[in-house]
Structure formats: C-alpha cells, structure tokens
Design a protein around this ligand. Sequence first.
Ligand code: ADE
Length: 234
Amino acid sequence: MSIHIGARVGDIADTVLMPGDPLRARYIAETFLEEAVCYTEVRGMYGYTGLYKGKRVSIQGSGMGIPSIGIYVNELINDFGVKRIMRIGSCGSLREEVKIRDIILGMSASTNSSLNDITFRGMTFAPTASYSLFAKAVKAAEALNLDFHAGNILSTDIFYNDDPEEWKIWSNHNVLAVEMEAAALYTLAAKKGIEALTILTVSDSLVTHEATSSEEREKTFTQMMKLALETAIY
Ligand code: ADE
C-alpha cells in the first residue's frame, strides 16, 4: 500500500474517476459498476474497482482542495501505475451564460494557488486537460445528447473568499466556473505523462447567487457520472 491508499499493486484500474466526496465514490461504484470491490478505506477516502460495460474502472475519492487531490493523484500514478484520471465534481458559475445544472469540460485550469510558483520560478504554467480524453468526452456527450460548456476553469484555494470582487477578474477573462482541484490534477498529469480531464456540474452561481437543491444535485451528478463512465470506455 501507499501512505494514503490501502490497496495492493494491481488493485486499481488504469482509468480512475475521482469525485471529491468519498461517499460519492462508494455510490458510483455500488450503482454503476459490476463486481465492485473496495480497495481502500484509509481516512474514509474510499476507493473501488469494478467493471463498467465490461471495462475495469476505479473510483477514488480525492477530498477537497489542491493539497488533498495532490496526495491521491501522486500515489495513484507513482505507486499504482494509473494512466488516466478524470475528476468529476461540482463548481460555481462565474459567467451569466453558464447556468445552474450545466455541465462543463475543463479544458484548462487557472488558479490563485501558489502550487506552481516555486517550480516555475515566477513564470506561469498553464495546467491543461489531455486532448485525447477531452475529445472522447465530447463524443460521449454527443452520444448521450448532453449539452456542455468547454473552457477555462478556476481552481481556487479559498472557498470562503473575503474578497467579494475577485471572481470578477476571472469572469472578465472568460473563466467559466470555480472549483478547487483541477489545476493540481492537470499539473501532475503533465509532469508524470498521464491523461487527465475534469468534468463538472454547476451547483451554484456567483453571478446570480442561485444554488441547486440536494435533489437537483443528485440528478445532474448522475448525468455527469454517466458522461465520465462513457468517456472511460470510449
Ligand atoms: N464547488 C462548488 N461550488 C463552488 C464554489 N462556489 N467555489 C469553489 N468550489 C465550488
């Protein structure tokens, strides 16, 4: 096992879906996978491997924020040889045209985190999704008849931001939505040479101050999970 994942080598599939919430990982595995086996319960951050339409897929909780997803992504790649990671999660809209319940494919992830400051010595790295996974997700969305937005997203380090205006800077540069993990996933994927993508559903809006009910979140989350699973087997 690695420090934070209680699995043996071979327990985890080449393709891993990562919801932030470990209970979502359990729900997806129990609802959508056949022969699902839980390979880790360390810190309650569940991970499962099973079959989706005959293909081996793992679902691993990431926790919230860049440090948490960074730990799991590092270990998935370094200790378990994972080749493909798709984050699935929720986000807050930063743009008028991005409505509550919409789906977003994160092509790139800006950030207010200092994640890459030391590595790039003051220069700016652009964390980017893998074209191969992105193209598959587009095809899968079309096959499922799902509309989506695609573009730049913001991975913030600050959920409760005391600056009520900061989001407008990102919005003014066409950043579609805010979440908390994609920039770390894309940076690590680039460094380690694996494929990565983030698929999000909009749970709230910084523009209109609307928020989805838990029932609505459940329904939109199901569409996003199907999209991620179909992308995984494309
Ligand atoms: N995830 C869902 N909504 C969010 C928000 N408003 N900010 C950061 N992460 C989020």
